[in-house]
Write a protein that binds this ligand. Structure first.
Ligand code: SF4
Length: 417
């Protein structure tokens, strides 16, 4: 599959994203999850068919989905599969990803039901787990030993700067994450590992064990920027098990155990929060020593929010810039100004300083755990994970002068005249 593809269904209200300045909370309500037929629950179809996996499985290949389980099998992003040479494909303006994003896989799938996520439990009604789209792309399943063999023998050409294990919510994911991590660090020293954790099933001791086993960075996908939106999109609002307090408990444990520059949190912009909500989380995480990794809300096909508009570009650009100032330029939320709705109206810096940072372009690249390029450049570049190539939200490559001009125009539309 090519990352040049546009979305496979019409994205609602896409073009007005240029003129809207934020997504209002009242408008961003998920659909209620529907009923799942009894035979499809808990991976029932895949377990009943019990097809033995052979080699790489490409999603939607019109074959019965095999019974694949971690740690023997892992799924990986389309970009990682192209970089690893497991799939053919072309990515718009970039030839590879620097992060090998792995996803634990089970026929039962993720048992959570997050409203914006393509992997959510309610989707078992229509799609087997290994066939679901996630952050806009397919995730092929590959024998894990084959992945390790390719990277250990240099088959990736040194292109991976980081590996990341996404845990998902499943009763086996804690123990299988430890196995996947241990096997990696035993054979591969030059590619550090990040953990994208599942706080709901974890204790502080689990966080410590992952550190002791050799994980370098620990991240928590907080995703929602305030407790109300969290509960609405990942908690009781959609029959999902997560809680804001539990996520913060594990994030605080990670801050202590992994230490400064070695932990972070994901935040999605455009789910109905105010700018102040997002940036106060960014500041809190920075005060603890960590970094925030931003995602622009995108209506993932098949999710409970696929009828809603993506993050408006004016809102997204000002949050990207403000987050970069807090995370990498020692700026602070206290020096920024917000209006009565909590919308950012002033960065609190002289215009020539703001201009220099915009011109450098780094603030608008994909944010995530660093690679080998620079501390403020993410290895996890997730090509087109939060937008189609025709309207890039997170740039997975260095911006050129035309890109900077485009971003400037979007920023201008989101700030007071
Ligand atoms: S826990 Fe993660 S993978 Fe599972 S539904 Fe929520 S966002 Fe998706």
């Amino acid at each position: 599959m090519s990352c040049l593809e546009g979305p496979t269904h019409p994205v609602p209200d896409f073009l007005t994203g240029e003129t809207r300045t934020f997504n209002a909370a009242e408008a961003m309500r998920p659909r209620a999850p529907g009923a799942v037929p009894a035979e499809a629950r808990n991976g029932g179809r895949v377990r009943a068919q019990d097809v033995r996996p052979v080699g790489t499985y490409l999603p939607n290949d019109n074959v019965l989905t095999p019974n694949m389980r971690s740690p023997e099998y892992v799924q990986m992003s389309t970009a990682a599969a192209i970089t690893l040479g497991i799939m053919n494909g072309y990515m718009h303006r970039t030839s590879c990803t620097r992060c090998l994003n792995l996803l634990l896989t089970y026929p039962e799938g993720c048992r959570a039901n997050c409203a914006y996520c393509g992997l959510a439990r309610h989707r078992e009604a229509e799609r087997n787990y290994a066939d679901r789209n996630f952050i806009r792309v397919d995730w092929p399943a590959v024998p894990y030993d084959q992945v390790i063999d390719i990277v250990a023998s240099g088959g990736d050409g040194g292109r991976f700067h980081r590996m990341c294990i996404s845990m998902i919510t499943h009763p086996r994911s804690d123990q299988d994450t430890r196995i996947v991590l241990r096997k990696w660090v035993e054979r591969i020293r030059h590619v550090p590992v990040s953990i994208l954790s599942n706080p709901t099933t974890m204790t502080r001791l689990d966080v410590q064990e992952l550190k002791d086993l050799g994980a370098e960075i620990f991240t928590v996908a907080l995703d929602a920027a305030n407790p109300v939106i969290f509960d609405r999109t990942r908690g009781r609002g959609v029959q999902s098990p997560h809680s804001w307090d539990k996520y913060w408990e594990i994030l605080l444990a990670a801050a202590e155990i992994f230490g400064p520059e070695r932990f972070g949190a994901h935040l999605i912009v455009g789910m109905g929060e105010s700018d102040h909500d997002v940036l106060s989380q960014v500041q809190r995480i920075r005060d603890l020593g960590g970094h925030s990794h931003l995602f622009a809300f995108f209506p993932e096909q098949g999710s409970l929010m696929d009828h809603l508009p993506p993050a408006p570009r004016p809102q997204w650009r000002r949050i990207q810039l403000a987050r970069y100032l807090i995370d990498y330029r020692s700026h602070s939320l206290q020096r920024m100004r917000f209006d009565e709705r909590g919308q950012l109206v002033d960065f609190g810096l002289p215009q020539d300083e703001v201009d220099a940072i915009i011109d450098a372009g780094v603030a608008f690249r994909t944010s995530g755990c660093p690679g080998k390029e620079a501390a403020d450049v993410s290895a996890c570049d997730r090509p087109y994970g939060d937008s189609p190539p025709r309207d890039i939200a997170s740039y997975p490559f260095k911006l050129d002068r035309r890109d900077i001009r485009h971003v400037r125009g979007q920023l201008r539309r989101g700030l007071p005249k």
